[in-house]
Design a binder for this molecule. Structure first.
Ligand code: SIN
Length: 328
């Protein structure tokens, strides 16, 4: 009887040991600032689906959209502190960490999204994914949103129409210079505040791709949207080097595979949304979409292009040249 009790106790101890040896799933928080019905929002949800499918019981992906967890101004600091593991800020928001990514903010640099994609996938674009390494961050890939349009509470056909108006910009000195080049007044503000600033007329205008203008209802508080396609708003998916290296090799490999697939999915969504959200805005009749002529567009190019020279040393001439080459 005593040996039976001993055996049962031993089995119980072994069972307890075995259960404690089963590792708890790694929780990965993915924070972003846009709505779920956007390219980035859809990409984050696809990543959750694929990662949890590939690593059942091993990872638990929590997606926080709409600045619910952190705004873009805080998310990278939070990542370095280990409070969030994934984010995809717009490329304009890395200025504090590296000057090189500001190449993406130069006005009228890329002729279309195919050119942006060629640059990102080419050797210089791929090298830029490592430009944050010295700050403890790893770039896992780029995701598209699309070309930016200019919105305002008055019609903008030529740069002179924007003179003296206040425009919200992301935290990028290139974007500040871009608006100063047309004698407008740029104000750096978080994305989460843009709707209210426009609604209360604390600012007159903003720049955003179609999917942000639609999903955040900016078109309901801006009377006019000028189809300028003057710049790009894309993202870099980032994680902290310390977190990424702490993962077992197989988990890291599967997560990277899931991320690559999710990014490809998000990029498809971005192509579709650029067209469909533009049309939804037109159909809503809440805002007038202005198509400018080639001559009018040239005036914007002439006014804004000197910004390239202003930032050439900071960004790197070779990087700008590689981006120009991607247009060919
Ligand atoms: C985003 O698309 O993530 C936000 C962009 C912005 O701040 O305008």
């Amino acid at each position: 009887m005593r040996s039976l009790t001993k055996a049962v106790t031993l089995a119980a101890l072994m069972f307890a040991g075995a259960t404690t040896a089963i590792a708890a799933p790694v929780t990965i928080k993915f924070a972003h600032v846009v709505a779920e019905n956007t390219p980035k929002g859809q990409m984050a949800l696809k990543f959750k689906e694929l990662a949890e499918q590939r690593l059942p019981g091993k990872v638990n992906i929590e997606v926080y959209p709409n600045s619910q967890l952190f705004g873009d101004d805080k998310v990278l600091e939070a990542m370095l502190l280990g409070d969030v593991q994934l984010a995809a800020p717009s490329l304009s928001k890395f200025q504090k960490y590296t000057p090189e990514l500001q190449v993406f903010d130069l006005p009228f640099l890329f002729k279309d999204m195919d050119a942006v994609d060629r640059f990102q996938q080419g050797p210089v674009g791929q090298k830029l994914l490592t430009s944050l390494n010295k700050r403890g961050l790893l770039g896992l890939g780029y995701i598209h949103n699309g070309m930016k349009q200019m919105s305002a509470n008055k019609p903008l056909r030529v740069p002179a129409d924007a003179g003296g108006l206040k425009f919200r910009v992301m935290t990028s000195d290139v974007l500040v210079a871009q608006f100063e080049s047309i004698d407008a007044i740029p104000l750096k503000k978080p994305f989460s505040e843009v709707f209210t600033l426009l609604q209360t007329k604390a600012i007159d205008g903003a720049e955003n791709p179609w999917s942000n203008i639609y999903s955040k209802k900016f078109f309901e508080v801006q009377d006019y949207i000028t189809e300028t396609n003057h710049g790009v708003l894309d993202y870099m998916v980032v994680t902290s080097a310390r977190f990424w290296k702490s993962l077992p090799d197989n988990v890291r490999t599967e997560l990277k595979g899931a991320m690559d697939e999710a990014i490809a999915f998000g990029n498809k969504v971005s192509d579709e949304k650029a067209m469909s959200d533009r049309q939804r805005i037109i159909d809503s009749r809440r805002s007038t979409v202005i198509e400018i002529t080639e001559a009018e567009r040239q005036q914007w190019v002439d006014a804004m292009k000197p910004v390239w020279k202003q930032f050439e040393r900071k960004i790197g001439k070779d990087i700008i040249e590689a981006a120009v080459q991607a247009n060919k």
